[in-house]
Design a protein around this ligand. Structure first.
Ligand code: C2E
Ligand code: MG
Ligand code: MG
Length: 726
């Protein structure tokens, strides 16, 4: 300033508080922005307004104190109304700055414009405050210093915008917050002081507002008041942060408690498995997730037989121990993604995905039953229990509710049947005749009570009439029902999981007869029927081998019949079993051919030796040319594939003649003999007097070359077995 202006000096007692307030206001701005972001919309808005009030007041006081710091040789006063009027714009400016900082989505250009506006606002604040000193003549402003001051204030605003924002996105760091506040506050304060220094007061000037706001204590009162306000706001931000953190911790722990409670309500405390509600939820999720895909799901309901009576005898602690042991065993059997639950004191539930094939589910049920049936050592007591399993399958049972209730119906049926069995749900199961359940119960004891027997029906060579072998057909002599047909009890055995045991008995009994007849000097090949469940037994080969070994019978004396429909149902499984049995030398026959709609290519893949034409074609032979054409085609096809053809159900001589003309290899039917008990068969053979295969002697007289070779091989096999006799 040139000498036409009064000399000015600076008062430290005003300049220092101005700096302090500027720094504090900037620091508070950072804290307020953090509060706005941490709180919800309404509380955030309150923080913007409250923050703007405090920060704006701080900056306003800083700007006013910068002006007060300017000392003139004359006594000055400040027009109160003007000073107060500048307070409101200060708050608006602060509100704009805070709003800008809390909106992270703003574009850079908007931020620059915002900073410029805030800078203009702050500089205007100094101008307005300066007009509160009414001078005559009026003060003048140095444009260069004004421009420099603006640039400095703008720099402060820009730095504030950048640095404060960079600090709020991270965990608040107090030292950094303070450093930013000192830097930005100092730049802004310097800008405002520089602006004040741009004021020129003419020499002859007198102050018209001398009597207004003035006095030595002005800066002290103002600083103290504003400082208190800032400190209160500071405490407010700290308190809010603490409250919020506490609320958040509280709500987090509440949520955790709620989750734990929810989880506990879906879990069985004793085993740690899901409970019934948890199980149903997971099954529902599985079904919902797979709504657009093909989902195969089996739900197995496993009830420990007689558990309540058992705990009554041994006590609840033993009962609990048993459940724990069984739970671990069952867990060892399930795959990832399966759901195991304990749904009741004595009940487990299992949901298995991907079991599209009923037989695989049956195998699993059998494995579960075996696992449960293994003895458990609990509190030094060896305990053996059994279980009843009910099985329902999705999508046959289409909703979680249906799956649960159908599995329950099936389980109840299994339990009514005496327990220790599994049972698939079938429509109308709830109405399953008591007779069937009863039949199943009796069937379970049939082997032990020696009520089962094998009857044998001869098969004769079509050309010579000699005996080619017999088919073993199962008979059940029920004490009250009389003779029960296999057509009646085999499906019951299959449904209740008894067919494995029954089938094993048949194989064993057939081998027993083979050995007995051989010892009597007769070698008659025996065909046994295999059920679909046996086909799926993983240890079928082992069982057959074992039976052959036990009775010292060469494998080729045994033929296994599998109905065409069963063989074709799961061609891969059939192939595996056929290959396995073929390798040990057991011959395979496809039963009831013509009813299963086989594809020729599949037939070619099966290592079968024999094909049995179904009775229905044979029945119509003497009346229908179509039937003849079909049989002729089947014979040709079978021969082309190297299979022998057996015709079943031959009842008339005409049928037998036609079949012989069509080059059928063997005939079986009531015309020759009905299925007979073993003694009757022996009598029948004796009465017939026709050539029968004699043990260990090739029957050269009327055998063709191939038969002779076979017979001689067989003789070697028998004598090998004899030689290896223990
Ligand atoms: P399959 O294997 O086709 O047995 C032939 C059935 O036809 C037998 O009925 C036999 O008595 C009957 N049959 C034989 N010749 C004639 C005839 O000239 N006319 C008429 N009308 N019927 C004749 P069965 O013994 O009642 O057996 C029925 C089915 O039960 C069998 O059909 C077989 O699939 C099954 N089966 C029998 N024993 C067993 C067994 O030990 N295990 C398994 N899994 N199934 C068996
Ligand atoms: Mg058969
Ligand atoms: Mg048949």
């Amino acid at each position: 300033m040139s000498s036409t202006f009064m000399a000015t000096s600076w008062s430290g007692s005003a300049l220092a508080p101005a700096w302090l307030l500027a720094v504090y206001a900037v620091s508070l701005q950072g804290m307020v922005i953090r509060r706005v972001r941490a709180n919800d919309r309404d509380a955030g808005m309150a923080w913007i307004l409250g923050g703007a009030l405090v920060v704006g007041t701080g900056m306003w006081a800083a700007s006013f104190l910068s002006l007060v710091a300017m000392q003139l040789p004359i006594k000055v006063g400040y027009v109160r109304d003007v000073v107060l009027a500048s307070w409101l714009p200060a708050i608006v400016i602060a509100a704009a700055a805070i709003w800008m900082q809390t909106h992270s989505g703003l574009r850079a250009r908007m931020r620059v414009m915002g900073s410029v506006l805030v800078a203009v606002g702050l500089q205007t604040l100094v101008f307005v405050n300066a007009t509160s000193i009414m001078l005559q003549p009026a003060m003048v402003w140095d444009p260069k210093a004004t421009l420099a001051a603006f640039l400095l204030i703008l720099l402060g605003c820009g730095l504030g915008s950048l640095l404060i924002r960079s600090n709020i996105s991270e965990e608040p760091r107090q030292a950094r917050n303070l450093a930013i506040a000192v830097l930005v506050g100092t730049v802004l304060w310097s800008g405002m002081a520089l602006q004040v220094s741009a004021i020129g007061v003419p020499w002859a000037a007198i102050c018209l507002s001398e009597g207004q706001l003035s006095g030595d204590s002005l800066e002290f009162v103002l600083t103290a008041t504003v400082l208190i306000l800032l400190i209160m706001a500071h405490i407010g931000t700290l308190q809010d942060a603490r409250n919020l953190a506490r609320n958040q911790a509280l709500s987090a722990s509440l949520k955790a408690a709620q989750t734990a409670l929810e989880e506990a309500s879906l879990r069985d405390a004793a085993t740690g498995l899901a409970n019934r509600a948890g199980f149903e939820l997971q099954v529902r999720e599985l079904i919902e997730q797979a709504s657009d895909q093909v989902l195969h799901l089996s739900v197995l309901r496993l009830n420990i037989d007689g558990f309540h009576a058992f705990t009554g005898t041994y006590g609840h602690h033993v009962g609990d121990g048993l459940i724990q042991t069984l739970s671990l065993r069952l867990q060892g059997l399930i795959r990832d993604g399966d759901v195991l639950a304990r749904s009741d004191t004595d009940e487990f539930l299992l949901a298995c995905r991907g079991l599209g094939d009923e037989h695989v589910t049956a195998l699993l049920a059998q494995r579960l039953q075996d696992a449960v049936h293994e003895p458990c050592l609990i509190h030094d007591q060896e305990i053996t229990v059994s279980c009843s399993i009910g099985i329902a399958r999705y999508p046959d049972s289409a909703t979680p509710e249906q799956l649960m209730s159908h599995a329950n119906d099936a389980m109840l049926t299994a339990r009514r049947a005496g327990g220790g069995v599994y049972c698939f749900f079938e429509r109308g199961m709830d109405r399953v005749s008591a007779a069937q359940v009863e039949m199943q119960r009796d069937l379970r004891h049939a082997v032990a009570r020696k009520e089962l027997a094998l009857h044998f029906q001869p098969k004769l060579r079509a050309t010579t009439g000699e005996l080619a072998g017999v088919e073993a057909l199962l008979r059940w002599h029920h004490p009250t029902r009389g003779m029960v047909s296999p057509a009646e009890f085999i499906p019951v055995a299959e449904r209740f999981g008894l067919i494995g045991e029954l089938g094993q008995w048949v194989i064993d009994e057939a081998c027993h007869h083979l050995r007995m007849w051989h010892d009597l000097g007769l070698d008659i090949p025996v065909a046994v029927n295999l059920s679909v469940h046996q086909l799926r037994q993983p240890d079928l080969e082992q069982r057959v081998r074992e039976a052959l070994r036990r009775h010292r019978v060469p494998a080729r004396m045994l033929i296994m019949e599998i109905t065409e429909s069963v063989a074709m149902e799961d061609i891969e499984a059939s192939l595996r079993v056929f290959d396995m049995l073929d390798q040990i030398g057991v011959r395979l026959s496809i039963d009831d051919f013509g009813t299963g709609y086989s594809s020729l290519s599949y037939l070619r893949r099966l290592p079968a030796r024999q094909l049995k034409i179904d009775r229905s074609f044979v029945r119509d032979l003497d009346s229908s040319l179509d039937a003849q054409a079909i049989v002729e085609a089947v014979v040709r096809l079978a021969h082309a594939l190297g299979l022998k053809v057996v015709a079943e159900g031959v009842e008339t001589q005409d049928q037998a003649d036609i079949l012989a003309q069509l080059h059928c290899d063997e005939l079986q039917g009531f015309l020759f003999a009905r299925p007979m008990s073993e003694p009757t068969l022996m009598k029948w053979l004796g009465q017939r007097g026709s050539p029968i295969p004699l043990a260990s002697k090739p029957m050269t007289s009327d055998l063709n070359e191939e038969n002779a070779r076979e017979a001689s091989d067989l003789a070697t096999a028998w004598s090998d077995l004899e030689a290896n006799r223990p």
